[in-house]
Design a protein around this ligand. Structure first.
Ligand code: GDP
Ligand code: MN
Length: 394
């Protein structure tokens, strides 16, 4: 789960990370009021959306008068900001963060990510942070500092200092920088975050280390331990298809294609996406119905898949171990009838009670194609989808 920049900054501040002073605004008037609270003569107006790269999309503006703040706020609020991370549909700006401007001497990149191969948190840092970090990591990969944290002991002070020295910071900045690095790591591990990214972490003209941006993402499976964090969820920033499915307890991820997928098991679901692509189609979603899926749960899954207006055909792929193919078949029949499904539907059943399941489908009298292997199922659903496309075109 992602949170907004201002929320991430407040959290990090509790762990000893320096942040600029700022306040939230929902209207241009409030934005201007925040300026008077902050005093000074230069402010930064920042669109709060769950995306980075806002700067390049006009979502970060340095303003030198209250009029400029008003204009920037007016421009951003209610706008769908399109960054290279949001996809073409963009994300709606409904909150702004107004900060006192910082006089920057150096922009540093500081990231904490999970390395799944190493099964450890890796700190990634670069002395050349800021908006061009992607280009720098591609062109000068050797300039990127990496440091692996041993989970048995956590981030150690010497390790944080080592990272600070590798960044080439002046001696008087090392203590502050390592305090920042330690703080980020502590926040990450105590709050069950998956990722912490400060880009840029800056050295100011008055020689202070300040987090100018912050991106934090949390492990959804650990949210029950952090009710205060759960409250920060902003559904308006999520894919509405994922919100719909997530609210119904389904493990769903929205994709860009037309073939809806209902599969049991995350691994099989991934393989199904690959097979659809290999057959020349594009999957519309990842959906793992889970083990022991009742007919009601299958119906729920159909509703979630069909909630995506781009879906034009559906593939159900079940390899039943704990699951039972007859339950799945019952669910499929229930869904087709209740939702009056007209689009092509291909069902592949395998494993426990497969005969009973196939029999139910055959005797239902409904227009359901079956397949015995995954490859065959993927091929059939893509063909059936193509046929509907041709029929529509002619
Ligand atoms: P992002 O584009 O979504 O990553 O938003 P950031 O918060 O990182 O802001 C983008 C860029 O705006 C930063 O890399 C800075 O160069 C610049 N910026 C942000 N805040 C300030 C500030 O207070 N002073 C100055 N001079 N530049 C800023
Ligand atoms: Mn940034």
């Amino acid at each position: 789960m992602d949170i907004h920049e201002y929320q991430a900054k407040k959290l990090l501040q509790k762990f000893g990370v320096n942040i600029p002073r700022g306040g939230i605004a929902y209207s241009p008037e409030q934005a201007v009021y925040r300026c008077s609270e902050l005093s000074g003569d230069t402010w930064v107006v920042k669109a709060q959306i769950h995306s980075g790269a806002r700067g390049k999309a006009g979502g970060v503006r340095i303003c030198r008068s209250e009029q400029e703040v008003w204009d920037a706020a007016q421009w951003m609020l209610g706008r769908k900001l399109i960054t290279h991370q949001t996809g073409p549909q963009g994300k709606m700006v409904s909150r702004l963060y107004i900060e006192e401007a910082t006089d920057i001497r150096q922009e540093i990149y500081l990231g904490f990510v999970m390395d799944r191969k190493l099964e450890r948190v890796v700190v990634v840092a670069s002395a050349q942070g800021g908006m061009e970090i992607e280009e720098i990591s591609a062109e000068e990969p050797d300039s990127i500092i990496r440091s692996v944290v041993d989970p048995a002991v956590g981030m150690q002070a010497f390790q944080a200092r080592e990272i600070a020295f590798s960044l080439g910071l002046e001696p008087q900045l090392i203590a502050q920088a390592s305090k920042t690095i330690m703080g980020c790591y502590q926040m990450m591990s105590e709050m069950d975050a998956n990722m912490v990214e400060i880009n840029p972490l800056v050295v100011t003209a008055s020689n202070e280390i300040v987090a100018l941006d912050a991106k934090v993402s949390f492990d959804t499976n650990a949210l029950y331990r952090h009710p205060k964090i759960s409250e920060l969820r902003d559904k308006s920033q999520e894919d509405p298809r994922e919100t719909y499915a997530g609210d119904r307890g389904l493990n769903y991820i929205g994709l860009e294609g037309e073939i809806g997928c209902i599969v049991n098991g995350a691994g099989l679901a991934m393989a199904t996406l690959d097979m659809i692509k290999m057959a020349g189609g594009e999957p519309a979603n990842f959906l793992d119905v889970g083990g022991g899926a009742s007919p009601e749960r299958v119906l729920k899954s159909f509703k979630a898949v069909l909630n995506d207006p781009n879906v034009e055909a559906i593939l159900v792929n079940i390899f039943a171990g704990i699951n039972r193919c007859d339950w799945i078949a019952e669910g499929v029949i229930l869904a087709v009838k209740e939702l009056d499904l007209k689009m092509p539907l291909v069902v592949r059943l395998s494993g426990t009670n497969v005969e009973e399941g196939l029999k139910l489908l055959a005797e239902s009298g409904l227009n359901i194609e079956t397949a015995s292997s995954l490859a065959e199922a993927a091929d059939k659903v893509v063909r059936a989808w193509r046929a509907t496309q041709m029929a529509e075109a002619s």
